[in-house]
Ligand binder design. Structure first.
Ligand code: ADP
Ligand code: MG
Length: 742
């Protein structure tokens, strides 16, 4: 018998048919460890099953028994194809009927042990179970069911009875001696059942497996966490829910701890690296900022000071600037960029240091390009823009304005340093883009950008560029601590002065007309508006959703025809090409469009100060923090701005949830509420963080997250390279390898 190790392939220990292999692969389960870390999605209680003797018509029943005489038939009068058969337990047998499901008879062999759930139908003397759901179960599981003490002999003819086992309770002979009270139900995939998971995991847990605990023993003790082996048994075969929860807590801690170790190690790694020392003086910076059309807020000034301090130190900065929409992050980025391009490269007589500024969409990249042109008006440098659909440079040698240039030309000027500031989309980090002295990378609304990505960008120079990451995505504190563990955090917690608070109102569908009149008033004053709908228009497989949720295309038509015939209306959604989107945004910007009907694509950063009203249809389909970000679209000007949220349903809870939009002080508060009310699954962008379901559950628990972080920091302080913790080193590296695909 092979000795089992966590890293072993499942196929070394289990005979798997192709369908099972495919299903496991789909679930990401290939090794023994994967299988043991494939945790149940819930637990079911045995023991509520009925016995066949005593069933009465009309009753919903759940019965354990064996299948007999399954066959396909045609209904006597109706000619409807159906399946029929019998279910037998120790008290008798009952007919089973499935109408219109002839294939069921072919799916199960006679003698199969199942749990059947369905309605007892028919007249008193001729009852049958109508369209029962069948769930195959194992003999062991069967022991979980049934009534205490109903000790009866089972006819052994179906061959399921194992003679060595003794009856302790229940109607079956194969009762195990101490049956657990709960059994695990797993996230399944076609081709593999919970039953398979239970028996495979049981097989593993019954052996001596070579598995060192990845949480150091002192920590287990300190936080009173079960050991790996105990926790595995508790998670997969709990005797009571309490121990299952304790086990899940342990695995959640383990995951957050691993993420933290990776982030903290990354942080130490970066602090050892060299970077450009950026030497702009306070005087230089004040001169640059004196040309701004506004006075920087206190929060902006503080952030700028911190950033300049970081970049002076000679090691790469890794900082996250978090601020609500409209808090003025672009200006902070512009000052950081100025400081870089104001600094000469070391031992170099020509040119300046360079800056790359990456935005998630073309629309945003263009807006940043335009903002930068204004910010740098009084400072003669070239600014480039690179997107999938074209390249631009400012200023043109001929006209002095923006000019369209070829990609090759742009790349040449970036490579030789003539273009010190390059703004763009993802196109910016393609291999072909080579900088001469890249000193600062600014990332707008991106989540992960670690050492390896920076190194790719900086390959020409040996030094790592500084990183300024910026986000308006309000996320709960626990999540920020976890995923941004390697970054220093600066909050921009102050809005530029003069901004009026957005008036937010929850509008019931019946009051829509009033909302439109309000909008008409604003349009008459020369303002513009957004109308946000939950979907575009493509047929939705979920009919109920399609019927209820307003679509961009239909709503735009309806508004034009019935409500606002006198105004120009157009649409924006994610299925449009970047060119089409840009064209629409340009026309909206120039006020050639009055009402823009859009999906949540406008969520990220679009800036049209004259748009002062946003109406969100189907509001309950969005998370609170997403609604908050949508609302941020109209925060741009000094006109009074309005946000009308229109839920589809009139439910009290919907209204209560949406009211938080009126009362919350900032986006972070709303993100916390999303986490508590809708659960971690609803946090926007969760896929890209690479955190499992169990890990996400942990995010509800600030204490746990803080403990995992503190301990990871302590450990890394004592053992930077994890050389004294080889198992942790291995686990962290494999996590990092996965994460860096982002
Ligand atoms: P975000 O933080 O959402 O990226 P932006 O940088 O786009 O915000 O700034 C939003 C608007 O506020 C822009 O029009 C910008 O010029 C303006 N702004 C930024 N800082 C200030 C300030 N201190 N005072 C007045 N207006 C400002
Ligand atoms: Mg922005």
């Amino acid at each position: 018998m092979l000795f089992m190790r966590l890293g072993d392939q499942l196929t070394d220990h289990f005979r798997l048919i192709d369908a099972q292999k495919a299903a496991l692969r789909k679930l990401g389960v290939t090794t023994v460890r994967d299988l043991l870390y494939h945790f149940p999605s819930r637990y079911e209680q045995g023991g509520d099953e009925a016995q066949i003797a005593g069933l009465v018509s009309g009753q919903e029943a759940s019965i354990i028994g064996t299948l007999e005489k399954l066959e396909t038939k045609k209904g006597w009068k109706s000619r409807i194809p159906m399946s029929e058969g019998y279910l037998r337990d120790s008290t008798g047998r009952i007919k089973l009927r499935w109408f219109n499901q002839p294939y069921i008879a072919k799916m199960y062999a006679d003698g199969t042990l199942v749990k059947a759930v369905g309605k007892v139908s028919g007249s008193a003397d001729k009852i049958y179970l109508a369209n029962p759901q069948l769930q195959k179960i194992s003999a062991t599981e069967a022991g979980l069911f049934g009534k205490q003490g109903a000790e009866q002999k089972l006819v052994a003819e179906n061959g399921l009875v194992e003679p060595t086992q003794t009856v302790t309770r229940g109607p079956f002979l194969w009762q195990v001696s101490a049956p657990p009270d709960l059994f695990a139900v797993y996230p399944e995939s076609r081709g593999i059942t919970s039953l398979w998971f239970r028996s495979a995991i049981k097989k593993i847990l019954e052996q001596k497996i070579e598995a060192e605990d990845s949480i150091p023993a002192p920590l287990l003790k300190k936080y009173n966490l079960p050991t790996l082996h105990t926790a595995l048994v508790w998670a997969h075969q709990p005797k009571e829910l309490k121990v299952a929860e304790a086990a899940r807590k342990r695995f959640a801690f383990e995951e957050v701890f691993m993420i933290q170790l990776e982030r903290q190690r990354e942080r130490v790694l970066q602090s050892r690296e060299k970077s450009f020392s950026i030497e702009a003086t306070h005087k230089d910076i004040s001169e640059f900022m004196a040309e701004f059309p506004f006075e920087a807020t206190v929060a902006q000034k503080k952030a700028i000071d911190t950033i300049l301090g970081d970049m002076r130190a000679g090691h790469p900065m890794s900082r996250l600037l978090e601020g609500d929409v409209g808090s003025g992050k672009t200006a902070v980025a512009a000052v950081a960029a100025y400081a870089a391009v104001h600094t000469r490269p070391p031992a170099q007589s020509f040119g300046t240091l360079q800056v790359a500024y990456m935005a998630p969409t073309e629309i945003l990249a263009k807006q940043h390009f335009e903002s930068f042109i204004k910010f740098f008006e009084h400072f003669p440098i070239n600014i480039g823009l690179i997107t999938g659909s074209g390249c631009y440079k400012f200023p043109s040698k001929v006209s002095g304005g923006v000019t369209n240039i070829s990609r090759a030309q742009l790349l040449k000027w970036v490579a030789n340093g003539e273009i010190p500031v390059l703004i763009g989309t993802h196109a910016l980090i393609e291999k072909s883009v080579q900088f001469k002295h890249l000193a600062l990378v600014v990332i707008d609304e991106q989540h992960r950008f670690g050492t390896s990505q920076r190194r790719k960008l900086a390959k020409k120079d040996k030094q790592l560029p500084h990183l300024l990451s910026m986000t308006a995505t309000p996320i709960p504190r626990t999540l920020a601590l976890t995923i941004y563990g390697d970054l220093d955090l600066t909050l921009l917690d102050e809005m530029p002065p003069g901004r009026k608070k957005i008036i937010t109102e929850i509008v019931r569908p019946a009051e829509r007309a009033k909302a439109y009149e309000h909008m008409r008033g604003l349009l008459k004053e020369g303002r513009q508006a957004y109308v946000i709908c939950p979907r575009i228009d493509e047929p939705d497989p979920d009919k109920a959703f399609a019927l209820l949720a307003k679509s961009v295309k239909a709503e735009a038509k309806r508004l034009k025809k019935d409500i606002f015939p006198e105004y120009e209306i157009d649409i924006l959604h994610s299925k449009m090409t970047p060119k089409e989107k840009d064209a629409v945004m340009a026309r909206f910007s120039n006020h050639e469009i009055d009402i823009l009907v859009a999906t949540s694509v406008v969520e990220v950063g679009v800036n049209v100060p004259n748009a002062t009203m946003i109406m969100v249809e189907g509001a309950e389909r969005f998370g609170l923090s997403q609604l908050h970000q949508l609302r941020g679209r109209v925060v741009r000007s000094n006109h009074q701005a309005y946000c009308f949220v229109v839920p589809e349903s009139r439910g009290e809870s919907t209204t209560a949830r949406l009211k938080a939009l009126v009362t919350a002080k900032n986006g972070f508060e709303l993100a916390e509420q999303d986490l508590l009310q809708r659960g971690p699954g609803e946090l926007a962008g969760r896929k890209q963080w690479g955190i499992s379901d169990i890990g996400m559950e942990a995010l509800k628990n600030l204490k746990l997250v803080e403990a995992a972080r503190t301990e990871a920091l302590e450990l890394i302080k004592k053992d930077e390279t994890l050389s004294r913790h080889p198992l942790l080193a291995e686990m962290v590296s494999s996590r990092a390898a996965q994460a860096h695909f982002e």
